[in-house]
Each structure stands twice: as C-alpha cells, then as structure tokens.
Design a protein around this ligand. Structure first.
Ligand code: GDP
Length: 177
C-alpha cells in the first residue's frame, strides 16, 4: 500500500479453514486484493497471499493461507497449520451443515496448531439475507463457549472482511508482542 520500501516488523501466518464452498478463497481475495472473483478456484495451487498492514505503528505482513481445496479430501496437512498464529474458521450462514462442522475444524486446530493460536469464527455470505439458515445468536453462543472471536462477513460486498482480519491481527499482536 506504500510506494516506499517496506521494513516489515512481523510476519503473521493466518490459516483459513472450513468446509468447501463457504467462501474461504473469496474472503482471502477480498482482504488481500479487494477483489471478488466470479470465476472461482483460479487460485488452486496458490499457498498463501499477503497484505501488509499497520498495527500499533508496526508494519505487519499478514500471510494468509488458503487450503486450495485440500479440505474436500479431509487432507489438510499439519504443515498447513505449522507456525500459524491465527485461524479463521469459516462457515456459510446459508448452510447449516457448514456450521455444524465448525466444531470439527476447531478440534483439528487444537490438535495440529499451536496452543496460543488466536481463532476467529466467521459466518460468511451474510449478504444472502433471505437464505440465512444459521442465526447469529447460535454462532455467538458457540464462539463464547469455545473462546473464539466471531464476525459475520460478506466477501461479495466486502462487509466486515477487513474489520475481522484487523481484529484477528490485533489479537495476535497482543499475544505475540
Ligand atoms: P471455498 O471453497 O471455501 O474457498 O469457497 P469459494 O471462495 O470458492 O466460494 C464458493 C462459492 O461461494 C463461490 O461461488 C463464491 O462466488 C460464493 N461466495 C463466496 N463468498 C460469498 C459471499 O460472501 N456472498 C455470496 N453471495 N457468495 C459468496
């Protein structure tokens, strides 16, 4: 975002997980490029994307990892989680099943990631108001119960995406620095 050479203070690795088709790739592309890509899945094979942000006067390079479709085969490897300081566990607010699977994804994180990882639950596709199947209160209750941060987002119109990432990165900063 700056034309000056950047002197990065920290690199924060963040992993994005959740069921297939909940919008993980689009959330990532919204945050890193401010784009929504209608021909999705062009990013297969790309491991991560980055965006450099300023938090508490420090330059933080957020390195956001995408599963690149591995989750379809339940083959997300421990290498994916290695060194991750933050995680976004994404479900689709219009697909109850994707929310029911969140507990499994959180278990997976607890098994493979560092204990101090900061986890944020994300209910995506909040723009699809008429199709909503998961009430905000259900997700909020789960998040409080599990000690997760929580936000609802729309990668399509961009609502809350930056805000959620900034909250996650600030929480990581608080843990690390
Ligand atoms: P992934 O498999 O979790 O990476 O999901 P994708 O990012 O590929 O998105 C799956 C589908 O949901 C695609 O057709 C996207 O265009 C669509 N999608 C993703 N995010 C949103 C959103 O916020 N709102 C709406 N309406 N559709 C979305």
């Amino acid at each position: 975002e700056s034309v000056m050479p950047e002197k990065i203070d920290y690199v924060f690795k963040v992993v994005v997980i959740g069921d297939s088709a909940v919008g993980k790739t689009q959330i990532l592309s919204r945050f890193t490029k401010n784009e929504f890509c209608f021909d999705s899945k062009s990013t297969i094979g790309v491991e991560f994307q980055t965006r450099t942000v300023t938090i508490k006067s420090k330059l933080i390079k957020a390195q956001i990892w995408d599963t690149a479709g591995q989750e379809r085969y339940r083959a997300v490897t421990s290498a994916y989680y290695r060194g991750a300081l933050g995680a976004m566990v994404v479900y689709d607010v219009t697909k109850r099943q994707s929310f029911d699977h969140v507990a499994r994804w959180v278990e997976e994180l607890r098994a493979h990631a560092d204990n101090s990882i900061v986890i944020m639950l994300i209910g995506n596709k909040a723009d699809l108001v008429e199709l909503r199947a998961v009430p905000t209160e259900d997700a909020l209750e789960f998040a409080e119960d599990q000690g997760l941060f929580f936000a609802e987002t729309s990668a399509l119109n961009g609502d809350n995406v930056d805000k959620a990432f900034f909250q996650l990165l600030e929480e990581i900063y608080g843990v690390i620095c």
